[in-house]
Design a protein around this ligand. Structure first.
Ligand SMILES: *Cc1c(COP(=O)(O)O)cnc(C)c1O
Length: 239
């Protein structure tokens, strides 16, 4: 085994232990939580090693990096999640490899995703990104729709050909009432998910929690955690 694969394996084992402990503490079964490894800024070679180590879900946030990486890894049994802010001119490319787009936050994006999914003959799983730091009507600084906008966007996705409404995604806010209160933020997400499932019972995914706060997300009830740094290491520069 290479040093890098060894390192990734050790990091994965630690993250796995954390998820298992958080599930046990919350009285949840381990199978209720899916680990998505965020591979942004890291090379295709790392993605390949992760796949060999048993990882099945990976996420990326920039199409420029993700598209060539996904192409290099097309032979691997991986599910690809797109989690970054998405411009409509990148939608055609993203639909080419992404099984899930977790950052759906405006109607224009839904229209573009639907059109390209139909064109490509693909079905794309969509999560509405929720900005818990936005007011009831504004949009978040890092993308996301305010809680008040979820219903309308969800209906739009559910009715769009080529798209499947899967649930909600959030990033713990750095500002506003939930700053520094990750557990409270994720509990609010669970309430929003409960509301959503009244009209869209199949939209069960709640994607929340990253390297620093996966325990709080699992405690609140998240179904998917998105972990980058804790598996791959601290990213050089911004990412
Ligand atoms: C980078 C990123 C993550 C992973 O963050 P880490 O702190 O490295 O675990 C999760 N979700 C989104 C949307 C990201 O952009």
């Amino acid at each position: 085994m290479t040093d890098r694969k060894d390192e990734l394996g050790r990091n994965l084992a630690k993250v796995e232990e954390r998820i298992a402990a958080a599930c046990a503490a919350a009285g949840r079964r381990r199978e209720e939580v899916t680990l998505i490894v965020v591979t942004k800024t890291y090379p295709a070679a790392d993605v390949r090693m992760l796949s060999e180590l048993g990882v099945r879900h990976v996420a990326e946030n920039r199409d420029q990096d993700a598209a060539p990486k996904a192409a290099e890894c097309a032979d691997l049994p991986l599910t690809w999640h797109f989690v970054g802010q998405l411009q409509t001119n990148k939608v055609r490319s993203v639909v080419g490899y992404a099984d899930f787009v977790q950052s759906v936050d405006r109607s224009k994006l839904v229209t573009a995703l639907s059109k390209e999914a139909v064109r490509a003959g693909r079905e794309v799983g969509c999560l509405i990104q929720v900005a818990l730091d936005a007011g009831e009507s504004a949009r978040g600084e890092r993308g996301g729709v305010a809680p008040g906008g979820i219903g309308e966007l969800a209906d739009l996705v559910a009715g769009a050909p080529g798209l499947r409404l899967e649930g909600l995604m959030t990033v713990a806010p750095l500002t506003g009432e939930f700053a520094g209160r990750e557990l409270a933020a994720f509990e609010r997400m669970m309430d929003l998910s409960t509301d959503l499932r009244r009209t869209h019972p199949a939209a069960t995914m709640v994607s929340a929690g990253m390297s620093a706060d996966l325990e709080q997300a699992v405690a609140a009830g998240a179904t998917h955690v998105r972990v980058g740094t804790a598996v791959l290491g601290v990213r050089p520069g911004l990412g």
